[in-house]
Design a binder for this molecule. Structure first.
Ligand code: A3P
Length: 306
């Protein structure tokens, strides 16, 4: 079933907005809440569904590309000249549940999509529909150091919003009033589920993907139930997928440089620098310490460390 704007009555939207006290950097109250409420009741589930979850700027685009290439490698060999990733942005191949399917309402019928369907979400685990939480469908979560997330997000937003300072965004992340935040609550929600055997959540880290991409993509394929065979490994399948999905390759494709906007955003905006530790070029020691201390305090006792 398509999810329509009508699913959240105007009355309900007014009530939600009146209850929210904080405004975001645009001076508006967040729009995501009504969508999240609708999605929590309509999350599509099929046992073979795959959900890629993340906070914005944590490596979502990369994870979408990798998961698509890994899952569909028998249909589309990574060195195929007509591989979909060469002509389409990863965000068009793996759609966001709450940003595309609900807002634009122009996806083909979910039921007609062939299995395995791959979706993405920025929503915290607890807001996903119960049927999804209890189903055997697979959830992959990618997280990244909050300081790199914040700097990446700041670059992304400051192109759209004037006078948006680093101090502004730090204040938002510390208060937890950030896009799909608070950071630590979102990360923790998936971390805790990944520790429970009955819930299939794979917890990945951007930094580990950068440091040891081969091992991480093998781990991803194992988790998704489509492990690489010895023959595939010998033939360089893992390396070909990594090359196809690499920052250098994707960011230089015409479709990602000048293609039409995705989720209302120019496709090149999803590719900035790529890598670990760019925060050092932007944040003062004091800013970094403040963020690290906040995260450390919130994650205390969870076993999760950054
Ligand atoms: P930087 O702004 O630090 O460069 P998301 O996809 O969640 O919005 O995250 C965007 C971040 O991932 C950006 O980080 C972007 O450059 C980086 N990124 C995008 N594609 C990538 C890829 N194929 N490999 C590594 N990093 C990638």
């Amino acid at each position: 079933k398509y999810i329509n704007d009508d699913d959240v009555s105007q009355e309900c939207q007014n009530l939600i907005f009146s209850l929210l006290s904080e405004k975001d950097f645009t001076g508006k109250k967040p729009l995501q809440l009504p969508r999240i409420l609708v999605l929590s009741q309509h999350t599509p589930t099929r046992d073979s569904d795959i959900i890629l979850a993340s906070l914005p700027k944590s490596g979502t685009t990369w994870l979408k590309a990798l998961a698509f290439a890994v899952v569909h490698r028998n249909k589309y060999a990574p060195n195929l000249e007509s591989h979909p990733l060469l002509s389409d942005n990863p965000h068009n191949l793996v759609r966001f549940l709450e940003l595309d399917l609900y807002v634009k309402n122009q996806c083909p019928g979910l039921e007609e999509l062939p299995s395995p369907r791959i979706f993405a979400t920025h929503m915290p685990f607890q807001t996903l529909h119960e049927s999804l939480r209890d189903s055997p469908c697979k959830v992959v979560y990618v997280c990244r150091d909050i300081k790199d997330v914040l700097v990446s997000r700041w670059h992304f937003r400051s192109k759209l919003v004037s006078n948006y300072s680093l101090e502004d965004i730090i204040d938002e992340y510390i208060k937890g009033v950030c896009f799909f935040g608070p950071f630590q609550e979102q990360v923790l929600s998936y971390w805790k589920e990944s520790l429970v055997n009955s819930n299939p959540v794979l917890f990945m880290r951007y930094e580990e993907m950068i440091e040891n991409p081969d091992a991480q993509v093998i781990r991803l394929a194992d988790f998704l139930g489509c492990s690489f065979s010895e023959e595939e490994k010998q033939s360089g399948m893992v390396e070909k997928i990594l090359e196809l999905c690499s920052f250098g390759n994707l960011s230089n494709l015409e479709t990602n440089k000048t293609g039409t906007s995705v989720c209302g955003v120019a496709p090149h905006a999803f590719f900035r620098k790529g890598g670990v530790g760019d925060w050092k070029n932007h944040l003062t020691d004091d800013m970094a310490r403040k963020l690290d201390e906040m995260v450390k305090k919130k994650l205390e006792g969870s076993g999760l460390k950054f």
